[in-house]
Design a protein around this ligand. Structure first.
Ligand SMILES: C[S@@+](CC[C@H](N)C(=O)[O-])C[C@H]1O[C@@H](n2cnc3c(N)ncnc32)[C@H](O)[C@@H]1O
Length: 392
């Protein structure tokens, strides 16, 4: 069956999901009914009515009915997810524990729970409890064996609010995300100019999710589309979407919203930060003329040097032999042979630096002389980068 790519399917998602093939979806984001159990209307301190989430789509006769509903859509989601796909579900305290329980029953494998810390939450108007300032997201793989997508470095790049750099690198993205609720121009309005949907999610939230847990061209499905936030972000990031939504008005406004969205090509959409660089050997650098067999390689920040052999290995010369043989190393001369002390750039760097580790990243420790006068030294790391750029 051909997938209904880039479509909003209007109807009951419990029925729609059943029509989709097994193992066909890369990523699912679900923002299901919360089952808020609110009664009557909530008044703001000044007397105005607050429209939270008291919609018809959010009411269930009992907790058991909600559990039954949750089990039904999650079962279908598990079936249609690809083996290496993953699922995100967002919910509040009223529902997320029930949802999490069912996910575990069905064999989903939790990857993370993420707290969306709202930087501008709705106040607790009556002052009867703590201000509820977060929602929880559960991120799970189809099962324990799944090799789900996670763009670790892209996630670091998205770590915007604490721009902490350590040694030139961004910090890891943690599991508490402080982002504002959807407001202003992003909030969709109905024909009467009122808020179209009570629980429209901010694009910034979906942007993180889709960017870090899917790839360009992947299929992202949302069983509870609402205003189509998931589709809007999927389109911006160059992913396909499949959306389900039962409400005709939401579907109509959602379609109009998507018409104006365009693909924003860039490093985040492509997850370029996570593309593994091509492995390059010293032999390859010699064969391509970026290094020369017989030239000297210097240990960074010292006068110690070694001779580069055609094989890509090094032979220690001068003082470096003595340093290699000094101290504890004298008892362990595994690399010594009758032609002198030979080794690879990584283990020799570790030996000469006198560290406990058996290997260091030799590309960051050995330098070659490279300028017209043959004096200025550059790291093997930079030589390798030049070679890689040459390959592009
Ligand atoms: C919490 S809202 C999703 C909001 C959405 N994430 C957004 O950013 O606009 C849940 C949506 O699911 C829809 N819905 C509830 N039950 C449904 C069902 N069985 N089939 C299809 N849609 C359903 C509701 O109409 C509502 O728009």
């Amino acid at each position: 069956m051909k997938l209904p790519l880039n479509q909003i399917l209007q109807g009951n998602s419990l029925e729609i999901l059943k029509t989709l093939p097994d193992s066909s979806i890369d990523l699912i984001f679900a923002d299901p009914p919360y089952f808020m159990r609110t009664e009557g209307s909530l008044l703001r301190p000044e007397g105005g009515e607050f429209s939270g989430c008291n919609d018809k789509w959010d009411s269930f006769a009992s907790h058991d009915e909600y559990l039954h509903f949750t089990r039904a859509w999650l079962t279908e989601c598990k079936r249609i997810l690809k083996p290496n796909g993953s699922l995100w579900v967002i919910g509040s305290m009223q529902c997320i524990y029930a949802i999490g329980g069912v996910m575990q029953e069905l064999g989903f494998w939790f990857i993370n729970d993420v707290v969306w810390h709202k930087s501008n939450p709705t106040p607790n108007f009556l002052g009867t409890r703590l201000n509820n300032a977060h929602e929880t997201l559960l991120w799970a793989a189809k099962d324990k064996k799944s090799k789900y997508t996670f763009h670790y470095k892209t996630a670091k790049e998205l770590h915007s609010e604490i721009v902490g750099f350590e040694k030139g690198e961004r910090r890891q993205l943690g599991s508490v995300w402080r982002l504002p609720v959807c407001s202003g121009g992003e909030r969709l309005k109905n024909a009467r100019g009122e808020k179209l949907h009570n629980t429209q999610k901010p694009e910034s939230l979906l942007y993180r999710i889709i960017a870090i847990s899917s790839n360009l061209g992947d299929v992202v499905l949302d069983p509870f589309g609402g205003t189509m936030t998931t589709a809007a972000v999927a389109k911006r990031l160059g992913r396909h979407y499949i959306m389900c939504e039962q409400n005709e008005e939401y579907v109509k406004f959602g379609r109009a919203r998507l018409d104006s969205v365009v693909f924003e090509e860039g490093d985040i959409a492509r997850a370029s930060y996570d593309v593994k660089p091509i492995r390059v050997s010293l032999e390859e650098l010699i064969a391509s003329g970026f290094l020369h067999a017989g030239e000297k390689l210097y240990l960074k920040g010292s006068t110690l040097y070694a001779r580069l052999l055609e094989s890509g290995r090094l032979r220690l010369e001068g003082e470096s032999v003595g340093v290699y043989m000094s101290g504890d190393f004298v008892r362990d001369l595994g690399n010594e042979n009758e032609t002198g002390i030979e080794g690879d750039i990584h283990s020799l760097a570790a030996r000469l630096k006198g560290v406990k580790a058996k290997r260091l990243n030799g590309f960051l420790y050995w330098e070659v002389e490279r300028d017209s006068k043959g004096r200025d030294r550059i790291l093997l790391y930079d030589v390798r980068e030049k070679y890689r750029q040459n390959l592009d």
